[in-house]
Design a protein around this ligand. Sequence first.
Ligand code: ADP
Ligand code: MG
Length: 236
Amino acid sequence: MTERPAPTPQPPVRAEKLTKLYGTTRALLDFDGEFAPGAVTVVEGPNGSGKSTLLALLAQTARPTSGLIHYGAALHSATALRSAVGMVAHDAMLYPDLTGLENLALYAQLYAVAAPSARIDELRARFDVGRFAERPVRTYSRGQQQRVSLCRALLHAPAILLLDEPTTGLDADSVERLVDAVAVERARGVIQILVTHDSGFAKRVADRRIVLRAGRRVEQDELATVPERRPLGAAR
Ligand code: ADP
Ligand code: MG
């Protein structure tokens, strides 16, 4: 498999007193955090604790009420930032009446991906996206849709990868493939931030954990020494 070149050196992404209010709901409060290239951060917390809000703010699909995010000088423009971010959110962000392949081709064009067919083939192989990719997305199971969404998020070899509950709908083999994909991106020096309720998956991929409760960051646990974690970056 030919890997895309590593992203141009990227400083850590740094959030400073990041706050998002929805009316009287405090979705995220005074969040401070730093996300380094090549590090996998897992964000945990109960429903409604602000995890998706944090990802939306980092992807700039939502505007903070207050606070700042520093992405580094290379990503100062909105366009540069959009092309540096890959995201899988709750919504698949796929056109239901187009096939999976048509969706991927369309996104490849939007992101001006070089050699798009080769890249699409490479990602299909990574996530075992077989013949179903020739059918409209509206006919997919949740897991099939998720696998195509993962391909979509990675198409343009983003420097920042944000995955919101990425194991949703995935069978055991697909979770293994996702663990491997996270390892590949980690070795490329990508900044990865993953929201998950799947503690087994989290343990295997996380370098560090962030826990949110009611919009506040409550603890942080470095996991680099967890013994059962398979070494990331190991060949499949
Ligand atoms: P999580 O992903 O941890 O489950 P969210 O970040 O989605 O939590 O939500 C945090 C809080 O903000 C919740 O109380 C949620 O209801 C609220 N919230 C999120 N998005 C919106 C929105 N667009 N409008 C109003 N309230 C929202
Ligand atoms: Mg959420």
